[in-house]
Write a protein that binds this ligand. Sequence first.
Ligand SMILES: Nc1nc2c(ncn2[C@@H]2O[C@H](COP(=O)(O)OP(=O)(O)O)[C@@H](O)[C@H]2O)c(=O)[nH]1
Ligand SMILES: [Mg+2]
Length: 241
Amino acid sequence: MSSPTKSPAASRPAVRAADKAPATQALGWLHTARFLTTAPELRFLPALDVPEIAFVGRSNAGKSTCINTLTQQKQLAFASKKPGRTQHINLFSLGKQGVTDAVLADLPGYGYAAVPKQDKIRWQQVMANYLVTRENLKAIVLLCDPRHGLTELDEVLLEVIRPRVEEGLKFLVILTKADKLTRSEAAKALSIMKLNAGGGEVRLFSATKRTGLEDIACLLWDWAHEGADLASPQDRPAETP
Ligand SMILES: Nc1nc2c(ncn2[C@@H]2O[C@H](COP(=O)(O)OP(=O)(O)O)[C@@H](O)[C@H]2O)c(=O)[nH]1
Ligand SMILES: [Mg+2]
């Protein structure tokens, strides 16, 4: 185990080439993702006592692609794309040997222009209700296309979660499609978002180049297994499925 004063995330700012084992473990853990359930709003979701990590972002930000890349599965986006489920909260279980130790929540994309106003208002209510009151919510991952920056609805979301982030809820902004940026654009987008993320983490990500993949996987693993240390062999999950 790690010493109680040293958090695993703080002791590992980035995954180095020579330090692949934790990333391999974290990606193996994410690969176990399987569809759990879907619900149109919070009150239809089962109460769970494992940490939940919610993915949010405007339509087209790259959320489905990011979840697929992190979990190395195409089936998950398919699950979320089934008719009637696109406006639902979709849950996926994580954990080796069939034992669920965390859950990913894929929340409906927002900001799609063609959606009627009534539906937009309904979405905001479902989202705010989930983000403010979901008890096992451990972390929020906001997907943002850095070429567009934060939209008005992203700002609304940041306001809604701010009190919970101040209380210790983990928060990560993933700047997607980093392959479309030059190095200087990427560096600029990163520093601007760090100013806006209210103390949360910010990472660049590209599904095509796999930029940020290992680092993000390790961060999510750490958040879901607080107190354990992925670099420590005794804290790693068993190898055999
Ligand atoms: N170049 C590039 N395109 C991406 C990346 N991630 C997503 N896209 C594209 O962006 C569009 C929206 O992605 P999608 O995952 O469906 O976004 P969602 O609406 O947030 O789920 C699709 O055309 C994807 O192929 C990436 O990392 N690089
Ligand atoms: Mg999608």
